[in-house]
Design a binder for this molecule. Structure first.
Ligand code: GN1
Ligand code: MG
Length: 361
């Protein structure tokens, strides 16, 4: 089946084999091996999560075409994803079961991480996500489709959370009580970012919206190469991308580490990330944005905790899970990281201010 789907796309390659790539909690992803390189990445998009897949793919193709023009031809093929069209000149194939597929060129000689290994990787990650935002800052975000309405809207996510507390699984609600409490006690401070956004004090721009560490490809020397997983590109605020990167790059533990006492915010990684991010975004960021970046990290960490815990209470209907309490483990991890952000707020703000002061000179 995979082979015949692969052959719906316009390429001259001969399929030899495929393997499942463990990539993400939503879609199904396969590496397609061919007789001669390139290899490809074939992806089945989850249309329960993404209601309009053709629009999602249009966002990805338009963004990558826009980005590629900012590079030389050679760099453009390694630093930006390349989507392949079907023989019908569309960028997606819909199979007989109604599933949507898209195909990209596989970037070889690359590596990705679930956890940061050293500050150099954090610095490279900061530069890469900063550069992505900088290079797309002139993209007209009003031309983007909203692939998941209210995706990073905390008020909306809290409403869904409250529904789950009312209608979810009673044993799970009981089990999650301490974590539900943390969400209630922290939410008002964090909602201030949404109020600022809604007042127009923070500009909208093209954002990636899923800037977790595993969505960066590094070359074999550890240099940041390419931002991947472009499914959630939509208009947003810089905080979303800064925040999700900090949430995953500065956490000393994996997103689903069971022992939450291992969850710490590594300040060296934070500094290194902000250094790289500020170098690339300095020309394109307002004072209000700088002053609220740390709040952005809390906002995204909170929203992830809320979404994951909501799914846990609802019986694991959204995220792929591998064992009974997987979502609870993930949610605890997020809320513990939020506590770390709270404890270190002053230091983190000082670091952000310092780097932007330095780069602004
Ligand atoms: C989901 O599927 P994946 O891993 O790329 C989720 C993100 C979360 C992430 C948490 C569409 O992304 O919002 O940050 O899991 N994507 C969607 O790891 O909900
Ligand atoms: Mg994703």
């Amino acid at each position: 089946m995979i082979q015949s789907i692969f052959n719906q796309f316009e390429h001259n390659s001969q399929y030899t084999s495929h393997q499942v790539l463990e990539a993400g909690h939503i879609n199904d992803t396969y590496l397609i091996k061919t007789k001669t390189k390139p290899f490809y990445v074939l992806q089945r998009i989850n249309h329960h999560v993404f209601p309009n897949v053709p629009e999602l793919i249009e966002n990805k193709v338009n963004t990558t075409n826009f980005l590629r023009k900012k590079y030389s031809k050679e760099d453009g093929s390694r630093k930006v994803l390349t989507f392949i069209s079907t023989k019908n000149q569309k960028y997606f194939h819909q199979d007989n079961n109604g599933y949507y597929w898209n195909l990209m060129i596989y970037l070889d000689q690359t590596q990705s991480f679930e956890n940061i290994l050293n500050s150099k990787i954090a610095y490279e990650g900061g530069k890469l996500f900063g550069d992505f935002l900088d290079k797309t800052s002139t993209f007209d975000h009003t031309k983007l489709h909203i692939v998941i309405p209210k995706f990073h809207n905390l008020k909306h996510r809290l409403n869904q959370f409250e529904d789950a507390i009312t209608n979810g699984k009673p044993t799970r609600i009981k089990q999650a009580k301490p974590w539900i409490k943390i969400i209630y006690s922290e939410k008002n401070d964090i909602l201030k970012l949404q109020t600022l956004k809604e007042s127009g004090a923070i500009p909208l721009r093209l954002t990636h919206n899923d800037t977790k560490i595993s969505n960066v490809l590094f070359d074999l020397q550890g240099n940041g190469l390419c931002v991947i997983d472009l499914d959630t590109i939509m208009p947003g605020i810089i905080h979303y991308d800064f925040g999700d990167a900090i949430r995953t790059m500065c956490n000393t533990a994996k997103e689903d580490e069971k022992d939450i006492s291992k969850v710490y915010l590594n300040l060296d990684y934070f500094k290194a990330f902000v250094k790289g991010f500020s170098e690339k975004t300095k020309g394109n960021i307002t004072q209000t944005e700088i002053e609220t970046l740390v709040l952005g990290a809390k906002y995204i960490t909170m929203i992830q905790g809320v979404r994951i815990l909501t799914d846990y209470l609802n019986g694991d209907i959204y995220y792929k899970t591998e064992y009974e309490n997987h979502n609870l483990v993930r949610a605890k991890n997020q809320l513990r990281f939020l506590q770390q952000l709270n404890t270190l707020t002053d230091e983190l703000n000082e670091i952000v201010n310092q780097f932007y002061r330095t780069v602004k000179k």
